[in-house]
Design a protein. Sequence first.
Length: 152
Amino acid sequence: MTKHIGFRGWFYFRQGWSVYFAFIFAAINTLTVTYFLAIENYSFLKEVFPSFIHYVILVSAIGIPCLVLIGYAHYKRTASFKAEADIQIEANPHLRRILQNTEVLLPSYVKITELMIKLSENKKLTDKELEEVSKLQNQLNKHIDKRQVPLD
């Protein structure tokens, strides 16, 4: 990990900038620009929002719950997040490898638990069961041999 310290630092910088700094700066900028360029120039809006603080409080009281609901809908009620997650798995070799490993290992876990239960009941394994275990072992070895993500 230490050999990638520059890229890791760049990633953390971009996260801090885009998620936190730019977000807060954009919110403050939007509130300031909309108030001083739009509301201050129209007397009927100036009556609704007599000061910048009133404007910030009202917009925050309405905007924050709306944005929370939009964020909730994005993750829980629309296909947007699923599409993003699918793209991440397609594009990220580490996530793709985790999915592939899981798909290969689950049948093995089921078979191992079946055999453990049988052995714990002091029953002998049949030749067919031993052959199935051998096949699973071969499948796992083939899967390990064709791995593409380096382990470093």
